[in-house]
Design a protein around this ligand. Structure first.
Ligand SMILES: Cc1ncc(COP(=O)(O)O)c(C=O)c1O
Length: 368
């Protein structure tokens, strides 16, 4: 059997006629940048996230950048975040002129360990930037409590967690602002690049809205230097079609994850723990295994394609070498990156494909 790691073609064939009509609406209205489809998507996504405001943008990275700026992060500030993430989380901090200060993860959850945040706070710390990695919510209550004590902003990197719930609340509605990505591989994805900033603070949304459009405060008046971070009309139209299916896709992701867990019982793999009070949306299904690269090659030989998120902790990326966090600085994150293996995962997978992939993995790693 062949099990692809990811496949968007099946999703498109199920949505084809609705997508074509949506694209046709954009062509007919000629609203190629922002416009009606994008503003309707903003309302619908805000309602879905149970948050007051949504600002549609051209990527998750732009959303992180504008969230940091709108919450007052400036040159010379420090922002505390996790090294077990995609590089964009840390890059956005640098775009705002600030310095990423990494703290290690809780190895059981793979997310930022709240117990390590306070010792990393200095008089320059301005914000905490937790990531809901793999679609599993970070421990927001403890993070918010620390932020309140030290008057810090909290920005959620929800780029992998559309629809997840922390203690019943949607991620993206919990911190002062949040960033979502609609990159094609995400749970909710555009046909190109896309992102959104969500917030309950109307002033933050207003500032982000101006900054995404060259700092424009009224037509041809630019109150500040901004960016071209606008969402395209096509992306808004596609996202509106897909948003209606997100709950159903996330429910299927949970079923697939449960099937993986049950077949992998007893096998020599570690799977990050789900807190029963929360709802993960399984952007990825990551297992931790010893000799990851050999296991990956053996799976490939049996027709099971996999990926790695992420092969290197962000502190060990050459781009961040100047920060001086060398090997061993964040042992749990670095060890996670040595062992992480992302199994095939997308809502259109059949139970047979999931079972086959999980059985092959169990056979290769042993322990049952
Ligand atoms: C955790 C995380 N943060 C930020 C981003 C950046 O999003 P984008 O690729 O839309 O800029 C991504 C997506 O790739 C991500 O997974």
């Amino acid at each position: 059997m062949l099990v692809p790691y990811f496949d968007l073609k099946l999703q498109f064939s199920n949505l084809r006629s609705e997508i074509m009509q949506a694209l046709d609406r954009v062509c007919s209205s000629t609203s190629f940048v922002l416009g009606e489809e994008v503003s309707e998507f903003e309302k619908e996504f805000a309602a879905y996230c149970e948050v007051k405001c949504c600002v549609a943008l051209n990527s998750g990275t732009s959303a992180l950048h504008l969230a940091l700026l709108a919450l007052g992060v400036r040159l010379g500030d420090e922002v505390i975040t996790t090294p077990n993430t995609f590089i964009a989380t840390a890059e956005a901090i640098c775009y705002a002129g600030a310095k990423p200060v990494f703290v290690d993860i809780d190895p059981k959850a793979a997310n930022l360990d709240p117990a390590l945040i306070e010792p990393a706070i200095t008089e320059r710390t301005k914000a905490i930037l937790p990531v809901h990695l793999y679609g599993r919510p970070a421990d927001m209550d403890r993070i918010l409590e620390i932020a309140r004590t030290h008057s810090l902003a909290v920005i959620e990197d929800a780029c992998q967690a559309h629809g997840a719930r922390y203690r019943g609340r949607r991620v993206g509605s919990i911190g002062h602002a949040a960033a979502f990505s609609f990159y094609p591989s995400k749970n909710l994805s555009a046909y190109g690049e896309g992102g959104a900033l969500t917030t309950n603070d109307a002033a933050v949304a207003e500032l982000a809205r101006a900054l995404r459009n060259h700092g424009q405060s009224s037509p041809y008046t630019h109150a500040r230097i901004g960016y071209n971070y606008r969402m395209e009309g096509f992306q808004g139209a596609v996202l509106r079609v897909k948003l209606k299916r997100l709950e159903q896709w996330n429910a299927r992701r949970k079923e697939i994850a449960a099937l993986y867990r049950s077949v992998l019982q007893g096998a020599k793999v570690e799977i990050p723990a789900d807190d029963p009070r929360d709802e993960s949306v399984y952007h990825l299904f990551v297992v931790y295994v010893e000799r990851r690269d050999q296991v990956r090659a053996a799976l490939e030989a049996r027709g099971v394609h996999t990926a790695v998120h992420y092969p290197r902790a962000v502190n060990l990326q050459p781009a961040f070498a100047a920060l001086g966090f060398g090997p061993g600085s964040f042992p749990h994150a670095e060890r996670a990156c040595e062992r992480a293996l992302s199994m095939p995962f997308f809502p259109e997978m059949s139970d047979e494909q999931v079972r086959y992939a999980a059985e092959q993995l169990a056979e290769i790693v042993g322990g049952r």
